[in-house]
Design a protein around this ligand. Structure first.
Ligand code: DGY
Length: 319
């Protein structure tokens, strides 16, 4: 009987994914709380033919250089891949893959959750109920901002941006978007060629672009100032798209009515000032966190890894 291929996995996966892995591979399982320096990752990957990683690990040039030569593929259990140095991977002859499509609906759902929570002040309302300070129904009590008829500006009209657009239209919002180029199937949303022009027309602004050197700090003091007074900012993409100093200042000054965030620069160590800002609704990076979606992501990561180990083209390659 031939030995099973060896697979290193940095974080625990949903049960069906782990069952599949353990049936077909010799699995070297990491753990959810481990910090992965290049040396720790290399140690886990000793003898492995492929590794499954997440955005929580920095797979930079040093980490790639430290990997044993047995590793042929890095399958990321995520759609985002800014945590992997693709040039270094390519130079080493490694294949790299991600998990697009399968998380589109779950992530778009969380964007809508944040839009509704931020505009209807759900976080502050929930805190009030827990603190037992609610004084009862009054006509002027705790008014939010209605989204019906409001303009939603989407930055990045990829799969998730489009899914958010369709959901928002069902809530009666008018959707505008900025993208490198217009999208053929844009659900009737209006393309805006310049980001600054989109910002000026966005009652609610939702970020759905990848994090790149060009998009880092896309929302900063200058760009936030272009939003209408009382706008709402939503981020389910990547934390460093937003400058925390500028966002916190805009929330405190009332320039923004509210924000809803699922992702943060430096997460999980978020800027502690957010905890004291009443008009920000905070979630712990759960955009794709449903049983169904995380299982589908894990399965797709395994499909990619398996394809490479069997000499086939991976279904969703990046490199
Ligand atoms: C991704 O897939 O990139 C998400 O941020 C985590 O699910």
């Amino acid at each position: 009987m031939s030995a099973k291929p060896v697979v290193a996995v940095t974080r625990r996966l949903p049960p069906l994914c782990e069952a599949r892995l353990f049936a077909a591979y010799d699995v070297r399982m990491g753990d959810d709380d481990r910090g992965y320096t290049p040396a720790v990752l290399a140690d886990l990957a000793q003898g492995a033919n492929g590794i499954i990683v997440t955005p929580g690990e920095s797979i930079d040039a040093a980490a790639i250089a430290a990997l044993p030569s047995s590793v042929k593929v890095i399958a990321s259990n995520s759609v985002g891949f800014e945590h992997i140095d693709l040039a270094a991977a390519k130079a080493r002859g490694l294949r790299v893959s991600n998990t697009p499509d399968v998380l589109t609906d779950a992530t778009a759902d969380v964007a809508l959750l944040l839009i509704l929570a931020a505009t209807r002040r759900a976080g502050a309302g929930e805190r009030m109920m827990r603190a037992a300070t609610w004084g009862g129904l009054r006509p002027t009590f705790f008014l939010g901002s209605q989204i019906t008829g409001k303009r939603l500006g989407i930055v990045g009209m990829g799969r998730i941006g489009l899914a958010v657009a369709k959901r928002a239209q069902a809530f009666g919002m008018r959707v505008l978007y900025h993208n490198r180029k217009p999208v053929a199937d844009d659900a009737g949303a209006t393309f805006v060629a310049r980001l600054d022009d989109l910002l000026a027309q966005s009652d609610v602004l939702s970020l759905h672009c990848p994090l790149t050197p060009e998009t880092k700090n896309l929302l900063n003091a200058r760009t936030l100032a272009l939003l209408p007074e009382g706008a709402v900012v939503i981020n389910t993409a990547r934390g460093p798209l937003v400058n925390d100093d500028a966002l916190i200042a805009a929330l405190r000054s009332g320039k923004l009515f509210a924000a809803g965030l699922d992702v943060y620069a430096g997460e999980p160590a978020i800027d502690p000032r957010y905890r004291d800002v009443e008009n920000v609704f905070l979630l712990p990076h759960i955009g794709s966190a449903t049983v169904e979606t995380r299982t589908a992501m894990g399965m797709l990561a395994i499909d990619n890894l398996e394809a490479v180990l069997n000499g086939r083209e991976p279904p969703t390659p990046i490199v």
